[in-house]
Design a protein around this ligand. Structure first.
Ligand code: SAM
Length: 211
């Protein structure tokens, strides 16, 4: 790996080339050192998904940036993330928001991410190990919901926990390929659009894929 800050700048160049325009998203990538979220830092700043163990991955940086941009984040929002994984996306979200709630179904990954983010000083994140397909009713409604694993359909349990005016980004489709769906909740219900094809590990749980 080159010097991390140089590697990070090269990655940010790739994010720009891929169409990411929001300077706040690019700045968040500058601040979060991706090499501290992976076991082998050599490829940490390549624009690829990497294994984090347990058959799971830290998502491709361009996808993390695209999903963050689609959330159109503002300062005082409450965000729910499903699929903590390494905690990298969580750390990016925490740069923007008042409070981030994140759920991971693998205890080992959830615990590791919690420790990592605590050590790095991210104080506005609340962690839970459990089935994120049920959401986190205690803290709902959320201004933003981001799901970083592929669901067969959008769980109603999650759309019910989205605030009016809120945005949810979620990949839905079959196990091999999904569409990146963006939902906006209005007084009259959910408006949706697709942002194209993506590939994620499956969202497993009561309102997702069965194990
Ligand atoms: N955003 C993560 C990062 O930056 O490292 C990558 C997430 S990885 C692509 C998807 C994660 O979703 C995996 O860690 C997986 O265990 C988790 N997952 C799958 N189903 C879940 C569920 N029902 N609830 C919570 N987490 C789930």
């Amino acid at each position: 790996m080159l010097d991390p800050s140089l590697s990070s700048e090269l990655l940010i160049g790739k994010l720009r080339e891929s169409g990411v325009k929001d300077e706040r998203v690019l700045e968040a990538f500058r601040k979060v050192p991706r090499h501290l979220f992976v076991d082998n830092p050599v490829q940490a700043y390549d624009d690829i998904a990497l294994s984090i163990g347990y058959g799971q991955t830290i998502s491709q940086p361009t996808l993390v940036a695209q999903m963050t941009e689609l959330l159109n984040l503002g300062k005082d929002q409450k965000i729910l993330e499903i699929g903590t994984g390494s905690g990298f996306q969580t750390a990016i979200l925490s740069q923007f928001s008042r409070r981030v709630f994140t759920i991971e179904r693998h205890k080992e990954l959830g615990d590791k991410a919690r420790l990592r983010l605590r050590e790095m000083g991210y104080a506005n994140v609340t962690f839970k190990v459990g089935d994120g397909t049920c959401g986190w009713r205690q803290y709902s409604p959320f201004d933003r919901i981001i799901v970083t694993a592929g669901a067969p359909v959008t769980p109603e349990s999650l759309s019910n926990q989205l605030a009016v005016g809120g945005i949810m980004v979620i990949p839905t489709g079959d196990k091999a390929m999904q569409e990146l769906m963006v939902y906006t909740k209005t007084e009259n219900g959910l408006e949706s659009r697709s942002e194209g094809a993506v590939v994620f590990v499956p969202l497993i749980g009561q309102h997702g894929w069965k194990e």
